[in-house]
Design a binder for this molecule. Structure first.
Ligand SMILES: [Zn+2]
Length: 293
């Protein structure tokens, strides 16, 4: 397999049942979407990151105005206490307002994310704009956003640049989900710290002194960011990396996963292994769980 291969080698995948008594666990749901579950004393706290269950087809994305697919959200989201979004492109932001509204969950994100949710009708009381460098506490989870940047994978540019400056009118074309401020999300408060990079770029100066035991790392578009993989490992010094955003997120979640062309997941695995720190790496199947502690 190589850079242009779309296949997934089943031997790469980590399989695990949904844990029942983990102190910290996560589930990958395709694209950059994760749920992180903090469990202490029998209580669970579910924090969703960039949840994307709707998975519209390419034709729908290109030709129609989008709204969240409520059936698909209901099929996978059984609980949410908080939702945090790293940037406001549709494949990161489209389902967050509905999940927040449905579960009365707090919604954290950029000013653009707030306008997207406002337009959707998510109650104002749930909207929590993130200020880079300022830690907020949500149950046991301490969430800090750090200024980051989006990979310039589209012929050297970031698609849908700029901000959403007014409440988004739904349904909305994909291009109206402007990228907004790009944030690296850092979660502490559990036995391990977790960082989420929803796009394959970073700003080292913003992450000075920040460490993450686990990094949820976007792999698509990293070829546009010089030496992304090793810079990410140098900056955050993780013990474990979980790659994400490698799957064709316009295919149904139940279909066998295929890589987005150019993702080269195999190349990413090799890049990680070549780093002197050689952090562990776990590739999860769609809906796959991983107990961290
Ligand atoms: Zn994006």
């Amino acid at each position: 397999m190589g850079r242009w291969s779309a296949a997934i080698d089943p031997a790469w995948l980590h399989h695990e049942e949904r844990p029942t008594a983990a102190r910290l666990a996560l589930q990958w749901l395709g694209t950059a979407g994760f749920r992180v579950v903090f469990g202490e004393g029998g209580a669970e706290h579910h924090v969703w990151l960039d949840p994307h269950l709707s998975r519209h087809s390419l034709a729908e994305v290109a030709l129609t105005r989008l709204r969240p697919n409520l059936q698909r959200i209901a099929a996978d989201v059984d609980r949410a206490d908080a939702v945090a979004v790293g940037h406001a492109h549709f494949d990161h932001a489209i389902d967050a307002p509905e999940i927040a509204r449905r579960f009365d969950a707090r919604l954290y994100g950029s000013a653009s994310m707030m306008e997207i949710a406002r337009g959707y009708g998510t109650p104002e009381a749930l909207l929590r704009p993130l200020v880079p460098g300022v830690t907020v506490h949500d149950g046991p989870c301490s969430l800090t956003a750090y200024r980051s940047q989006h990979s310039r994978f589209a012929f050297g540019r970031v698609p849908a640049p700029g901000d959403v400056k007014a409440p988004l009118r739904w349904p909305a074309h994909a291009k109206n989900f402007r990228v907004g401020e790009v944030l690296a999300l850092h979660l502490a408060g559990g036995p391990l710290t977790v960082a989420h990079l929803g796009s394959a770029d970073l700003i080292e100066a913003e992450l000075e002194g920040v460490q993450a035991d686990v990094v949820l790392a976007c792999t698509v578009g990293r070829q546009a960011t010089p030496n992304f993989t090793h810079r990410m490992i140098d900056a955050l010094q993780p013990q474990l990396i979980v790659p994400c955003h490698w799957d064709r997120f316009w295919r149904p979640i139940d279909a066998p996963p295929l890589q987005i062309p150019t993702t080269d997941l195999e190349g990413f695995l090799a890049e990680v292994r070549r780093h002197p720190r050689a952090p562990d790496i776990k590739v999860l199947p769609l809906r796959g769980w991983l107990t961290l502690a």
